[in-house]
Design a protein around this ligand. Sequence first.
Ligand SMILES: [Zn+2]
Ligand SMILES: [Zn+2]
Length: 436
Amino acid sequence: MSESSEVLFIEGGRVIDPASGVDGVRTVVLRGGQVAEVAERVERPRDARVIDARGRWVTPGFIDAHVHLREPGQEYKETVETGARAAVAGGFTAVLAMPNTVPPNDSVAVTELVLARAAQAGLARVYPVGCISKGQKGEELAEMGELFQAGCVAFSDDGRPVSSSGLMRRALEYARTFGAPLAVHEEDLALVGKGVMNEGPAATRLGLKGNPAQAEEVMVSRDVALVELTGGRLHVCHLSTAGAVRAVRDAKARGLAVTAEVAPHHLALTDEDVAASGYDTDFKMAPPLRSDADRAAVRAALADGTIDCIATDHAPHSAVEKAVEFDVALNGILGLETAFSVCLALVREGALGERRLVEALTAAPARIFGLPGGSLAAGSPADVAILDPGAEWRCDPERLHSKSRNTPWKGKTMIGRCTHTLVGGNLVYELARGER
Ligand SMILES: [Zn+2]
Ligand SMILES: [Zn+2]
C-alpha cells in the first residue's frame, strides 16, 4: 500500500477510538501514512488538506475478519478489486480473504496472487487466510508454515467444517508453533443433513428441512476441548447459536485461547424472516438464520465481549445461483456495504453501545489476528472511516460496489453510512455529494 505523504486534517467529527479510549470531538491529523495526532485543538498549516467531519463519527477503519473475494476462479461473483471496493464503501480498510477460492488458497502461488491483486487495486488491505487442509478436503494438512511465511494471517477450511477431530487436533498443534488462529466454520455435517434453514417451527411451517442449532454447538464444544488438549488458538466463525455462546463463554472463563465473531445478519434477522420473505434465497446462508432466542443470545454475547468481533461473511453469488428454489440455492449473502447500518440499528434498539460497536469492528479483530490498525493512536496506520450515523439511504443492489447483488436488505431504507474511507492516508472512497 503506498502511503500518502500529504498532511490531512479531519476536523470537527466525534472520534470514537476504543483502542485508545477516545470518545469526543477531536481533530485527527494524518501524515506520512500514519496517524500523527488526535487532539482537541491543533494548529493547522495553510497547505494542509481538510475533511470536514462535523456531525459524523471518525473511527479507525473497520477490519472484516471474514470475507469471500472469489478470486481466483469465480471472478463472475467478485474479484479482489470489486470486493476491496465494496469494503472501502462500507468503511472497511482491511479484510481477511477466505481461502475457498478455485483453486483454494492452499499454496504460496494463490496467496501471492491475492496479495498482488490487492496491491494493484490499492483499496483495502487484504490479508489472505490459508487452508487448514489441502484442497479443503479435510484429509491432509496444508503447508500452513509456508502459507504463514507468504503472508497468511490465519487458517480456515471455511465453506466447510473440519470434520475430522484428529485433523483438527494436528492443525491446532501445527498452527500453535507460529501463533496463528484457526478460523473455523463450526457445523457437524451429519447433524446438518439436508437441512437448509434453522430447525424449528418456521422450517416446519414452510416444509423445509431443518438444520439444528446443535450442529454448531457440538462442533464448538469439540474444538474447545481440542484447544484444551493442544494449547492452540481457535476463532469461531459466524457464531449463531445460544449453545455455542455458552461453550465460548465457558472456554473463556477457563482461560482458553478461544475467540469468536458474529455476522450482522445473525444479529439482525431470524428464521421467521425467511418465512416473511417468502423463501427469498437472499435469506439463505450457513449457518442459517436462527431463532429469536439465539439472536438474543448472540446480541448479549457481543455486548458483553463473549463474542469478540463482528465479521460480515461477505459471500457474493451470481443471480443464477440464487434465482432457484430455496433448497438448492447456494449459501451466503453480501455484507460489506450494509454491515455498519445493520449493526447501528442494534445501537438504536439499546442492544449494543456505540463504543462497543466500534471496538467490535476495529480493535477486536486487529487484536485477534495481530494486524496493524484498529486504532487511531499516534503511529497507527492512517486507516480511517468517517461515518454519518444519521444518513438515510435505500439499499439498491444495482448501486452496490460488489459484483453480486445477493442481499436481504434490497429495497430497504438503511440508517448510517460511510462517507469517507482512508487507507494509508489515501482517500480511497468518498460518498458522492448527491448521496449525502
Ligand atoms: Zn462459514
Ligand atoms: Zn464464510
